[in-house]
Design a binder for this molecule. Structure first.
Ligand SMILES: NC(=O)c1ccc[n+]([C@@H]2O[C@H](COP(=O)([O-])OP(=O)(O)OC[C@H]3O[C@@H](n4cnc5c(N)ncnc54)[C@H](O)[C@@H]3O)[C@@H](O)[C@H]2O)c1
Length: 304
């Protein structure tokens, strides 16, 4: 390992967008020195003011931003890094090319991580000369408010690299979850989209409207989720009861392998959600702003 101690690491972040700037902020706040690059000059120029604004808003140490060094050149960004995390666009050829280039400039022990949402880490990292140092770290938006980081190993990742990366994120105040197989959607998005599939199906089948689906979640098990995970819940009620319920309900739950035709039609009709003013529901700009604001306020309150 380039540095045995994750407490004093040199971090390089590739991509200074929504996720990259937030990831840089978390590592800088944890005391690490961070270099960050972006192919768009304006994004790179904005990164420090973006982080400063977040730190002010969160009441965090404003000096942390001084540990972030924007850098226009990729080689210079990664050259001295112990750990490189990539957060560029969700594009497999771009990510493959980038990691190939990064590998030419880093030391043999530098750990390489991708923050992809859904692209298999195996596909991104397969061309590397040293695949044992590569893994996925899937952060959630906003990175400085949502604690989870899924740490995804591939068939090649060494246990030391996983352990170091888990420690790095723990020490930065995150809640790393070790994903032992590089499965599509990792853990969080598989769970989330299993719920979304059924939510869409209920609307599609006329059981209720979209607003009712959301209300049912928010006013029932959604309230319990922060303290009671699904498998804790299954144990709490009993695995025998869980089995009895599954025997009745699973055959009726949507299990179609592809996306719902209802969802496909929304997209085909230009009903894209907030960006077009209508998706499953209609949204005016005040309603959009209110929902975004409620989400941030809620996440901030959960942090305290
Ligand atoms: N937005 C989310 O909620 C979220 C959550 C988890 C993971 N992710 C993943 O994180 C990654 C980044 O997503 P985002 O939402 O931050 O996107 P974004 O568009 O906000 O940022 C991507 C940045 O990468 C830069 N970029 C593009 N090509 C580059 C290159 N060759 N070198 C350096 N910089 C380059 C862009 O200029 C842009 O600033 C994606 O893989 C995405 O799937 C996103």
């Amino acid at each position: 390992m380039a540095s045995e101690n994750p407490a004093a690491a040199r971090i390089a972040v590739i991509g200074a967008g929504l996720m990259g700037h937030g990831i840089a902020q978390v590592f800088a706040l944890a005391g690490h020195s961070v270099t960050i690059t972006d192919s768009v000059a304006a994004s790179l120029e904005a990164v420090k003011s973006r982080i400063s604004a977040n730190l002010r808003d969160l009441g965090e140490d404003a000096k942390a931003v001084e540990r972030v060094r924007p850098c226009a050149n990729l080689a210079e960004t990664v050259r001295d890094a112990d750990y490189v995390v990539e957060a560029v666009l969700e594009d497999l050829p771009l990510k493959q090319k980038l990691f190939g280039e990064i590998e030419r400039h880093v030391s043999p022990d530098t750990i390489l991580a991708s923050n992809t949402s859904v692209i298999p880490i195996t596909a991104i990292m397969q061309g590397l000369a040293r695949r044992e140092r590569a893994l996925g770290t899937h952060w959630w938006n906003p990175p400085f408010l949502v604690p989870l980081v899924e740490v995804i190993e591939t068939q090649w990742t060494s246990p030391q690299v996983v352990a170091w990366t888990v420690k790095l994120h723990e020490m930065a105040g995150k809640k790393p979850a070790h994903v032992k197989k590089d499965v599509t959607g990792f853990i969080g998005n598989r769970l989330q989209h299993a719920l979304w599939r059924e939510a869409i199906s209920l609307v599609e089948n006329g059981v209720c409207d979209a607003e009712t689906v959301d209300a049912v979640v928010k006013f029932s098990f959604g309230l319990r989720l922060p303290v009671l995970g699904p498998l804790e819940n299954a144990d709490l009620v009993g695995t025998d009861l869980t089995l009895a319920i599954h025997n009745i309900v699973l055959k009726d739950i949507d299990s179609r392998p592809g996306p719902s035709p209802y969802l496909q039609k929304l997209v085909a009709d230009g009903k894209l959600g907030f960006k077009s003013g209508e998706g499953f529901r209609k949204w005016n700009s005040e309603e959009q702003a209110a929902l975004r604001s409620a989400l941030v306020q809620h996440l901030k309150a959960m942090r305290d």
